[in-house]
Design a binder for this molecule. Structure first.
Ligand code: ATP
Length: 264
């Protein structure tokens, strides 16, 4: 990652005003929280070529397969209720899908709530973490891992992982992809903050979401079942129609979804 090129490409007002670039780090999310603890300002951008302990949801891991990929985190201190914070994952997912399209021309979709997929394989994962201290606004870090120039994946994830390079046959500029995503995120974040909900972003998210109108397997800790996904609500929950015709909403904190015939 070249910070000089990034600064030239990046046209944001406040995201990335302070940028820290590492060749290798444990986790860009963890580093952003460490810096937050030392008073770093909102919009801090942490990026790394390799993460030794990249994180996924629910204790899973995100693998840095080779160089030439994106691992980045941004620090936010929004004045919102902590219960609204997970919605920022969906705001970032929308920014990623659109930013990747703008920078590389590759059309991707969102697998609710936090993964970006291309032809059913995962190209990008997003992890939002939060720390709440008394009545202060929560400290929120959103981490994004994108397989940009990976040429091949280890056996364990080969069947479900993709990269922009494998999809397009061309090396892509990480800096350009990052800049496009962060510019969009900054814009959508302002829209989100007006209400603390996805009310104004929902239609765009629904259009990009690959689950909509399809059967999904809902992996609820209380039991797994199939249903039809029909979109999200303002809270970012996935709306589903169960086989008895009843409508329900599922909350991302507890639940994952899979396609019936594969990952997405
Ligand atoms: P969910 O639907 O709950 O988000 P998920 O399996 O996509 O489930 P995440 O926490 O989003 O889980 O991401 C972590 C998972 O992503 C890992 O368990 C692994 O299967 C997969 N993974 C890890 N590294 C990569 C990578 N570089 N590219 C694609 N997939 C990866």
């Amino acid at each position: 990652m070249n910070t000089g090129i990034l600064q030239k490409e990046l046209h944001t007002k406040w995201i990335g005003r302070q940028t820290l670039a590492f060749h290798e780090i444990d986790s860009t999310n963890d580093e952003a929280f460490r810096r937050a603890g030392n008073g770093a300002e909102e919009g801090l951008l942490v990026m790394a070529d390799f993460q030794t302990k990249g994180k996924g949801r629910k204790g899973r891991s995100w693998d840095s397969v080779s160089g030439g990929n994106i691992a980045m985190s941004i620090l936010l201190r929004p004045d919102i209720s902590p219960s609204a914070a997970p919605r920022l994952t969906l705001v970032m997912a929308l920014a990623c899908a659109e930013g990747i399209k703008e920078a590389s021309g590759i059309l991707t979709g969102i697998k609710w709530p936090n993964d970006i997929v291309v032809k059913g394989k995962k190209i990008c994962g997003i992890l939002t973490e939060m720390k709440v201290c008394g009545a202060d606004p929560p400290e929120i870090v959103i981490g994004v891992g994108i397989n940009v120039n990976t040429e091949g994946f280890p056996e364990e994830i080969r069947d479900r992982a993709a990269s922009l390079f494998l999809e397009s046959g061309k090396k892509q500029s990480c800096e350009r992809v990052m800049a496009s995503i962060l510019e969009r995120f900054e814009k959508y974040y302002a829209v989100f903050l007006k209400t603390g909900t996805l009310a104004e972003l929902k239609d765009n998210y629904d259009q990009a979401c690959v689950n909509n109108g399809r059967r999904v397997c809902v992996m609820d800790p209380k039991g797994q079942y199939e249903a039809e996904a029909v979109g999200i609500n303002e809270k970012g929950e996935l709306l589903i129609i169960r086989d008895d015709g009843s409508m329900d909403s599922v909350y991302a904190g507890e639940v994952s979804v899979r396609g019936i015939y594969g990952y997405a």
